[in-house]
Ligand binder design. Structure first.
Ligand code: AMP
Length: 396
């Protein structure tokens, strides 16, 4: 894998695709700057070598035209304070503004281009647009894992214009290494913990994992589809009635492949989808009518904890319940704690995919696990398909 560490940027203008798609609050304040912070080491390496940095990113989902609320100019001041140096801004990502800004750029300077998605050619992966972007720099660095599953102009197509000068930034390199560790070099026992809302979103990843894992823990909303498929009564819990056969197939495959499956035994149910609803703990196979399961119960927690504690490799995607509501977060918190404890005992733990990352952050445990992926969809697609367009483009 060729990374920024294998490249000397002295006297070069590095065109760096970053993921600055951060949430903005009122008055365009950045409410979570994790993605910006993640890119800082790559930028600093280029500057330390004596290079100049041209940053390109998307922000939000503009409708292919400039929109004030999606302008990357809102990022400039914060980025500048994180880098401890001025950040120049070009009002466009191609055209005269971008060209002039890039041309004048000196070693040690940083230029941020305006939102790539103000052009529909970005998501369309238009080659001429990618070529215009490419003309701004001498070397291409891809450090945007969050969009690496998209074959967009700046994430994949552009790489062909840098046949000998394309490398991964640290974010990409770390993500690839952690997935590789879990999918190709996992120490056993390997436990996958899957939760979240639906079976349908997880079926491909379950299929891919089945040949690699020893244990599959199932929690969250998707568990009720398994329970119903097995003949249980799930009340008004989230169920995908058209996926009952899929759930049974997962159970059959697991049996054939010697994978131990853990489905919740008890569940915390509520009489409404609300933090203030009346709640009680019941057997998951006999949920009363009018009640829905919103968390795993204490028996399940301790069974899951035991399995996690004995694991040497752990992959976690998806919460065990509606952890956003404090009354239904206990199971998710218990699983987070169990993963932290196993990590302390030497297990490798990878947390990835939107809501499990939000959960681990809610409990301030991100630094206590081995790796927290920065890309939700990208991580899942990487596991499902074995590579990503943004990875292939730099590797080939
Ligand atoms: P996903 O994006 O598929 O990982 O789903 C994450 C969402 O699933 C979170 O917003 C959780 O609140 C939700 N979730 C987890 N458990 C349940 C449940 N038992 N019933 C309804 N939603 C759930």
């Amino acid at each position: 894998m060729k990374t920024v560490d294998n490249y000397n940027f002295k006297g070069k203008k590095a065109l760096v695709r970053v993921d600055f798609n951060v949430p903005l609050g009122s008055k365009y304040t950045i409410t979570d700057d994790t993605r910006i912070r993640a890119a800082i080491p790559t930028i600093n390496k280029i500057i330390a070598d004596g290079g100049a940095v041209i940053l390109m990113s998307h922000l939000g989902r503009p409708k292919d035209i400039p929109e004030e609320k999606y302008s990357l100019k809102h990022i400039v001041n914060h980025l500048s304070s994180l880098l401890n140096r001025p950040v120049l801004f070009a009002n466009d990502c191609i055209g005269e503004d971008a060209k002039n800004g890039a041309k004048k750029l000196q070693s040690g300077e940083v230029l941020l281009l305006e939102n790539l998605r103000f052009y529909k050619q970005e998501t369309a992966g238009t080659e001429s647009f990618a070529k215009e972007l490419a003309s701004l720099g001498d070397v291409y660095v891809n450090d945007a894992f969050g969009t690496a599953h998209r074959a967009h102009a700046s994430t994949a197509v552009i790489a062909k214009f840098f046949p000998n000068d394309k490398v991964f930034g640290y974010v990409m390199a770390n993500e690839i290494a952690s997935i590789n560790k879990v999918m190709n070099k996992a120490e056993k026992p390997f436990t996958a913990i899957l939760g979240g809302a639906k079976v349908s979103g997880k079926i491909l990843i379950i299929d891919k994992l089945m040949d690699k894992i020893d244990n599959l823990i199932i929690g969250g909303g998707m568990a009720y589809t398994f329970v119903k498929a097995l003949g249980g009564k799930v009340g008004s819990s989230l169920v995908e009635d058209d996926k009952l056969d899929v759930a049974l197939k997962v159970l059959k495959d697991a049996k054939e492949k010697g994978v131990a499956i853990y489905i919740p035994m008890d569940t915390v149910v509520a009489d409404a989808f609300s933090n203030d609803a009346n709640k009680k703990t019941v057997d998951i196979k006999t949920i009363p009518d009018g009640y829905m399961g919103l968390d795993i119960g204490p028996l399940t927690e301790s069974e899951f904890e035991k399995t996690i504690s004995n694991s040497k490799t752990i992959l976690w995607n998806g919460p065990m319940g509606v952890f956003e509501m404090n009354n239904f977060e206990h199971g998710t918190k218990a699983v987070s704690d169990a993963i932290v404890a196993a990590t302390k005992k030497g297990a490798y733990s990878l947390i990835g995919g939107g809501d499990s990352v939000a959960a681990i952050n809610k409990y301030n445990l991100a630094n206590e696990v081995s790796y927290v992926s920065t890309g939700g969809g990208a991580l899942l697609e990487y596991i499902e398909s074995g590579s990503l367009p943004g990875v292939k483009a730099v590797e080939n």
